[in-house]
Write a new protein. Structure first.
Length: 266
């Protein structure tokens, strides 16, 4: 059992009554960590501790995952952002730093754009603005992930997340492959939420200093989205990790966590 397995859940309640499980660890200024599509708080296992020198970390099980409620509706990145605010309200936290990756980065965009007074600093990783302006993954990626053989689809996802060289020295288990206990309706809801995300018009409303990170070999969320986000968010900084795929935050952990920590404490 790891330390993150042992983290106790606390609960906030969304506006529609859905219970939202969250986990808090460490001391210092609050840092909200938002996971990717169809993943629970374990997405951040082994990484969250990198920020405990200056921050307390708050993760949550996005509705439909982990110990949170699994309602039949309410799956949209805007709703997920409102759920983040419900957790902060439940904790009595007025302002926090927010770091979202993949779909969590899409959620973080809405948190910062719709609630600018609640976000001190924003980090977006391996994500996109969504909508017609975004650069989407190509059809071969979609086919690989949708193939009927579950193990073949799982291997395709691993290959999209991590480079072959990194996998030879890090054979897993991997915590970024989805919550295996999600019911089908919630899994579909997360997929639709990510596919329907479009924050293009809202991004100029982000007032928090922003850092945008991406692996330059990311086929899940093509790296061209980094410059699109940076052009829309005022005074955003960017960094590309050479050779990294979607899970740059693990594969390039030392460099990525150091960059994020320096940005948050600058």
């Amino acid at each position: 059992m790891t330390d993150t397995d042992a983290l106790p859940h606390a609960f906030a309640r969304a506006a529609d009554g859905t219970p939202l499980a969250y986990q808090r660890q460490g001391a210092g200024f609050p840092l909200v960590l938002l996971a990717g599509q169809a993943n629970n708080h374990h997405w951040w296992d082994g990484i969250r501790e990198d920020f405990h020198g200056s921050h307390s970390t708050i993760t949550l099980d996005t509705r439909g995952t982990g110990a949170s409620g699994r309602p039949p509706q309410g799956y949209a990145t805007q709703q997920f952002a409102d759920d983040v605010i419900a957790v902060l309200d439940g904790l009595g936290i007025e302002r926090a730093d927010v770091y979202g990756t993949s779909m969590g980065g899409r959620v973080a965009q809405w948190v910062a754009a719709r609630h600018p007074g609640r976000v001190r600093r924003l980090v977006l990783g391996c994500t996109s603005p969504g909508g017609p302006h975004a650069v989407e993954r190509d059809a071969s990626v979609r086919r690989a992930l949708a193939q009927p053989d579950p193990e073949a689809a799982r291997q395709a996802l691993i290959d999209l997340m991590y480079s072959p060289g990194w996998r030879t020295t890090h054979p897993g288990p991997y915590q970024t492959l989805g919550d295996p206990d999600m019911p089908p309706h919630a899994r579909r809801g997360h997929l639709l939420a990510s596919n329907r995300h479009d924050a293009w018009d809202a991004l100029p409303k982000v007032t928090a200093p922003t850092l945008i990170l991406h692996g330059d070999q990311d086929r899940m969320a093509p790296p061209a989205n980094l410059s699109l986000l940076a052009d829309r968010i005022p005074d955003a900084r960017t960094h590309l990790f050479p050779g990294a795929r979607h899970a740059y935050f693990e594969e390039c952990r030392a460099e990525a966590s150091a960059l994020v920590s320096a940005f948050l404490t600058d």
